[in-house]
Write a protein that binds this ligand. Structure first.
Ligand code: KG4
Ligand code: ZN
Length: 350
């Protein structure tokens, strides 16, 4: 490893439905190979854990080979291996953790079991350079909706808020299903919303009443919104009237993006932190990006949103976090660490 370039790290991600293997040198992305089992889950309208685990088993070795090929490196050159130890689906995590341990043992390399959520934040370094610390992070995907205060990306992350029910992406997927749209719901609702009116229907903004804010200032709730959309659509159908899909999509999307950005900006004001990273699959949403930019600019907050393929689950984010952990001199993980499906975000590495 050269001090100027940083450590050469391979990262493995298998917490949900993407089998990702990324390779970085320090903060430079060398390769990012991702296989997704999304299509196999589509008929069920959501991720089926058993299907995801089997798909990881099939994809993991080809993705490792592809990443090495793309980066032009041999495994023997690596300085360390990083892998998502949690949170995520237990069976899915075990495939990545098992593969990473086998590599570490066979190659006699240090291994770092790392937190998936921290990886979503660390990945931004590959595109926008060193992460300002402290910064705030809004992570929104099919599996998570978190508002984080990142004081040190390798050792000090504080959870400010969480969803208390559905994740933001999950709400998109469920609302798409009840509108008869395809899975995953985010991109199709985003596209439908473009021709609809965001003020056509006044859908509820979860956990924003004065009383809710006392206990849940930075928490999210999307299941009430999903139910409100379902009731509204059912009422139209009962009355024999057509459902204005574009208006429902746009009004639903506005409710989600309004709450996400409002709470993220409120957290910035509350903490005095003026950098906000938004990541996760829902960060691809056009309205979320536009509203976040508008509201951040109005408050003098610097917004960082990684490009789409780095926002969704991938191995590069795990490699990026692993490289930062190595560069800052933290110890490797013991080889017997478990996959922890509910690993808290405060535990950046195991
Ligand atoms: O990060 P990701 O690929 O996987 C995890 O869930 O971890 O996120 C997938 C989620 C899905 O729920 C999908 O509907 C949502 O991200 N998504 C979007 C958009 N593109 C993907 N949601 C809103 N707008 C989009 N354009
Ligand atoms: Zn994720």
């Amino acid at each position: 490893m050269s001090a100027t370039d940083g450590p050469l790290v391979l990262g493995i991600e298998s917490s949900c439905d993407e089998t990702g293997v990324g390779i970085v040198r320090g903060r430079t992305l060398l390769a990012d190979a991702v296989a997704s089992s999304m299509e196999q889950h589509a008929p069920y309208g959501g991720v089926v854990p058993e299907i995801a685990s089997r798909a990881h088993l099939e994809a993991i070795v080809p993705m490792i080979q592809l990443a090495c090929e793309r980066a032009g490196i041999r495994l023997a050159q690596l300085d360390a291996i990083a892998v998502t130890s949690g949170p995520g689906l237990a069976g899915a995590l075990m495939v990545g953790v098992g593969a990473a341990k086998a590599l570490a043992l066979a190659l006699d390399k240090p291994i770092h079991g790392v937190n998936h959520l921290a990886g979503h934040v660390a990945v931004d370094q590959l595109e926008h350079g060193p992460l300002p610390e402290p910064c705030l992070a809004l992570l929104v995907s099919g599996g998570h909706s978190n508002l984080l205060q990142v004081n040190d990306i390798t050792s000090d992350i504080v959870s400010l808020g969480n969803t208390i029910d559905d994740a933001a992406g999950e709400a998109y997927d469920k609302v798409a299903r009840l509108l008869g749209l395809s899975y995953p719901g985010g991109p199709v609702i985003d596209a439908e919303a473009a021709s609809g009116s965001s003020v056509a229907i006044d859908f509820p903004r979860g956990l924003t009443s004065r009383r809710d804010l006392e206990r849940h200032r930075f928490d999210f709730s999307f299941s009430g919104l999903k139910t409100a959309v379902a009731r509204w659509v059912e009422a139209r159908q009962r009355a024999g009237e057509p459902v204005p899909v574009a208006d429902v999509a746009a009004s639903f999307q506005e409710a989600v993006c309004d709450v996400l950005t409002r709470k993220a900006i409120d957290a910035a004001t509350h903490t005095g932190i003026d950098h906000l990273v938004i990541s996760g699959g829902v960060a691809a949403n056009s309205r979320l990006r536009a509203l976040a930019e508008e509201r951040a600019a109005a408050r003098g907050i610097q917004l960082r949103v990684p490009k789409r393929n780095l926002c969704t689950d991938n191995g590069a984010m795990i490699a990026a976090l692993g490289a930062e952990i190595v560069a800052r001199g933290h110890r490797p993980s013991a080889l017997d660490f478990p996959a922890d499906s509910s690993q808290p975000v405060s535990q950046v590495w195991v």
